[in-house]
Design a protein around this ligand. Sequence first.
Ligand code: PMP
Length: 358
Amino acid sequence: MRAWEKNIRQVVPYTPGEQPKVTDVIKLNTNENPYPPAPAVREALQNMDASALRLYPDPRADALVEVIARYYGISAEQVFVGVGSDDVLGMSFLTFFNSDKPILFPDITYSFYDVWADLFRIPYETPALDENFCICARDYDKENGGVIFPNPNAPTGEAVELSFIEDVLSHNQDVIVIVDEAYVDFGTSSALPLIEKYENLLVVQTFSKSRALAGLRIGYAMGNKRLIQALNHVKYAYNSYTMNTPSIVLGVKAIEDKEYFEDITARIIATREYAKEEFRKLGFMFGDSKANFLFVTHPRYTAEEIFEYLKTKKIYVRHFNRGRIKNYLRVTIGTKEQMEAVFAALKTMIGSEETRTN
Ligand code: PMP
């Protein structure tokens, strides 16, 4: 090792899902929305004036912050925007988790949390989900430097009730509690109403899933204005221009088209419930996901076998090859037609035998 290498920060990076270069695949591996963004977004993109890009963007992204605030009936001072919720969450770890005590998050959860904790040298503990992959509220009663969990959880899709979140909050009044609501729009109650009651609660959401804009990179946090101010201070200490001009303009259009958002979300929920039936008929086991994906396992075929087989049929799903979840696959809910293709492929692999016995 060279002397200068000793001073290089060593990190184990997060591994994002594969983005295949070919387009003739059914891509159900990164929880993207199978539908295009709202028509108003497409129209605004076509009419965009490239000369506007000569100027720096609005560092406060006021137009976007204001439209989000109005949509949720809160004030602009209660909203922080970032480059996808990954940016917002990373910034939140840096801003709020500064204690010597460990932060707490589930052992099976979004696999970026431990990466940020390591990057920012934040100690952490990961209480185990129970055998049904449920979070146990009592695991979060102990002294800690902060709490974060997704609702619904990823990659399990299991959601908790608001009473559970209040329970965790009531035992954690002296630290920041972050609820990562990346998948909340697919059928879970948001903890947003609780921000008025709990000044230490931060709710984080994204345009990547329910608003079909993963490529635009917009995420946002909502909470007490002092939390938002603290996030802004850290942001301005790092990079003032996180939100680019097209993201601000197109993000506003996306929020404004509520009807389209509600339509595609309802369609994904309906397809998810159809997919549950079909997976069940084929002998798969899974929890009651409230997200835009299902986390499935089969008693007779390994996740790896199914993953590889589907890939030969040009169907990409996600396999996290580790620990308790190595025999599970996370399958994003696509269009009805895409899911029909998945089940046609699985039927040839798993056979009709399961269908008869179920
Ligand atoms: N939170 C969870 C639980 C996720 O699964 C994801 C998607 N990888 C994110 C946050 C980040 O999504 P984005 O940065 O696209 O908003």
